[in-house]
Design a protein around this ligand. Structure first.
Ligand code: PMP
Length: 354
């Protein structure tokens, strides 16, 4: 059955855009004029609307405030040279939102609703898509429980919201990361593969401890043995060792990053050897000691490609070169940027024009 998606529009009385300095964008502090909202009640998504970005109201007994039944996505829109708006692989985010939703007993929504809500919102706030190099419009779709009930069970009512923020770089410099061997971000059978709110809350404390030691972020290892590398902060992680790109396989403990998949596809198309497999801490530490790790970097929508300049393990720090123009991470970042901003032809059908 195809659903009819009619979206009401309640425009903001006054745009806030004139107050924004687009030359000084930081990540996630500035919000565009409107948001897309849908409500889930009686087993259906309904009341689709675009309204001013504004406060929400909850009762103190709202389930979401207690048990975190909430999932989210992150994607970006860019401007090409002729001013058109391009979104990078939004279909992937729609699918992953539903995958996350299923894990958290949250009702899924049709890809059509996701795409229509997104497209209409971006059209209304098109002036908010920045054009300066290194900037983009970050898009945050999310679904959360709305029941006023403090017993633990899946909520019967939800909200799906999309809002957007013009952004600059998430990380402004290469990172110092520490291989975490005590805390875990996720465990087998857990929720690590989902973009579920609680995963992020649980990762703050270990990251805070590492920050006290002078690191920016953590490299997460498997929750059982801490012998295998999984992700870095909220990014997937890759290493260039010898002539190969190594990265952890995605499974139920690793988020299947869209940037990760895009980077691996580009690498394979370039004829570079890629190994998606269990990557052990021991082999990376040994390769670091032998000077065989040419590059390490994180991949993610917010962070794009973020180089890692130092890896800490059991008190020792290993430094990596980060400024080589010929490096794989520099090349692949440029390639991705060129595709996302329409500077290169979109041969893989990754770019959605609004
Ligand atoms: N891992 C985690 C835990 C994340 O939150 C993200 C950001 N979505 C990623 C990896 C990277 O995923 P993507 O490339 O799809 O943004």
């Amino acid at each position: 059955m195809t659903e009819t998606i009619e979206i009401d529009y309640l425009p903001a009385l006054e745009s806030r855009i004139s107050k924004v300095d687009f030359s000084k964008m930081v990540f996630g502090k500035v919000y565009s004029d409107h948001m897309f909202v849908a409500d889930y009640t009686k087993g259906q998504w309904k009341d689709f609307r675009i309204e001013p970005y504004d406060l929400l109201s909850f009762t103190p007994g709202s389930a979401i405030l207690h048990y975190g039944q909430s999932v989210f996505e992150g994607l970006k829109a860019y401007r090409n040279d002729v001013g058109e708006i391009l979104i990078f692989r939004p279909d992937k985010n729609a699918k992953r939102l539903n995958l996350s939703a299923e894990r958290m007993c949250i009702p899924t929504l049709s890809e059509d609703l996701f795409m229509k809500g997104l497209t209409e919102l971006i059209k209304k706030d098109k002036e908010w898509v920045p054009s300066l190099s290194g900037t983009s419009l970050y898009i945050r779709p999310y679904i959360f429980a709305m029941d006023e009930y403090i017993g633990i069970r899946p909520s019967e009512t939800y909200k799906f919201i999309i809002f957007t923020c013009p952004v600059g770089a998430y990380y402004s410099k290469p990172l110092k990361v520490k291989i975490e061997t005590e805390f875990s971000r996720s465990v087998q059978g857990g929720t690590g593969y989902a973009k579920a709110a609680g995963n992020y809350a649980g990762s703050l404390y270990p990251a805070k401890l590492a920050q006290k030691e002078g690191y920016d972020q953590l490299i997460w290892t498997d929750g059982v043995t801490h012998k295998y590398i999984e992700e870095a902060g909220t990014m997937n992680i890759m290493f260039v060792v010898g002539d190969k790109v190594l990265t952890a396989t995605t499974n139920d403990t690793v988020l299947s990053g869209i940037t990760r998949e895009s980077v691996l596809t580009i690498a394979r198309d370039w004829g570079i050897k890629v190994e998606e497999r269990q990557v052990s801490v021991a082999e990376i530490v040994q390769a670091l000691k032998a000077g065989e790790v040419k590059e390490a970097f994180g991949t993610g929508t917010a962070a794009t490609i973020t180089k890692i300049e130092t890896i800490g393990y059991e008190g020792a720090n290993f430094d990596l070169p980060v400024d080589d123009e010929r490096s794989f991470s520099t090349r692949v970042l440029k390639e991705l940027d060129d595709i996302r901003t329409g500077k290169k032809p979109d041969e893989r059908g990754w770019v959605y024009k609004v």
